[in-house]
Design a protein around this ligand. Structure first.
Ligand code: C2E
Ligand code: CA
Ligand code: CA
Ligand code: CA
Length: 275
């Protein structure tokens, strides 16, 4: 009755209960999902704004659940980590991404997101290395993206994983740069090749002096550290113009394209020479 529910009502709001139930449903559906059939990989171009060429694509996971429809990776990746499904999910996605990328011209690269768990277990690192090697793709065409949060979870293990991928020939990108809590000395201790400036700093930077200063100093920092730098989340020509003036080179965002299906990327690729 009403009385006996009162205690619960104090602890859990309706929204809480709904969120918990939704999470349980997500966990159940994902754990039973046919990953090979329901997961796909979309690709978003990364463009050199000085040459206008697409130099690589970032692989972005999509889950088409028969029950829920399209679920965002921002939602299902954390669920997969929680229920111990992330290794399997990463392997499925990496195989699919590499199978598509192997059909691209040699000068076009692939960027792939790894999660915290992927780099904190040496077994998983070995499995990932195996997938890369058996794909036939030159590892030098592959960048692996990891977040600051993933690296700070177990710094020594993350560093060891990065070193292994580097020996293989992969590039290592620090994703969402500036949003985590790593110190510059820790960053310096990692053999990274690239940083990706988070889109929260890019949005509206032409009219926001604080964002402008942050992007400017992150570009200077990447250049001082001899790291490539991808600027994420560029949506407007105003933002692009400012980034050009600041000396930015690599850009990713809706201004060029949202992520698209593998079958649609031909229009971003250089056309083969005629004759
Ligand atoms: P992320 O790695 O930072 O990827 C960039 C996200 O920003 C993507 O969201 C992309 O669609 C979105 N984006 C790109 N350009 C713009 C723009 O101009 N404006 C705005 N508003 N958004 C833009 P998406 O595809 O929803 O992915 C969300 C996150 O899920 C990713 O963030 C990444 O952390 C994670 N994720 C995606 N695919 C994978 C995967 O295969 N493995 C793992 N571990 N994580 C993944
Ligand atoms: Ca399984
Ligand atoms: Ca990323
Ligand atoms: Ca990012």
């Amino acid at each position: 009755g009403k009385e006996s529910n009162r205690g619960h009502a104090l602890l859990f709001s309706k929204e809480h209960v709904a969120a918990i139930e939704q999470n349980q449903q997500l966990e159940q559906l994902l754990s039973k999902a046919d990953l090979d059939a329901e997961l796909t990989v979309f690709f978003q171009p990364i463009v050199n704004i000085q040459s206008g060429r697409t130099v690589s694509f970032e692989a972005l996971a999509r889950w088409n659940s028969p029950v829920l429809g399209n679920v965002s990776p921002a939602v299902f990746i954390p669920v997969a980590e929680r229920i111990g499904l992330i290794s399997e999910l990463t392997c499925t996605l990496l195989r699919k991404a590499l199978a598509t990328a192997i059909t691209w011209p040699e000068e076009v690269g692939l960027s792939f997101n790894l999660s915290t768990h992927d780099i904190s277990s040496s077994d998983d690192v070995a499995t990932i290395v195996g997938i890369i090697l058996s794909s036939g793709m030159d590892p030098r065409r592959l960048d692996l993206e990891i977040t600051e949060t993933a690296m700070m979870y177990d710094f020594a293990q993350a560093k060891a994983a990065i070193e292994i991928f580097k020996i293989l020939g992969c590039g290592m990108a620090l994703d969402d740069f500036g949003t985590g809590y790593s110190s510059l000395s820790q960053l310096h201790a990692l053999p990274l090749t690239k940083i990706k400036i988070d889109r929260s700093f890019v949005s509206g930077l032409h009219k926001n002096p604080a964002s402008y200063k942050i992007v400017k100093s992150l570009l200077a920092l990447s250049s001082d550290m001899d790291l490539d730098c991808v600027i994420e989340g560029v949506e407007t020509s105003e933002e692009l113009e400012v980034l050009k003036k600041l000396g930015g080179i690599l850009v990713q965002g809706y201004y060029y394209s949202a992520p698209v299906a593998g079958s649609e990327i031909g229009r971003f690729l250089p056309r083969p020479e005629l004759g």
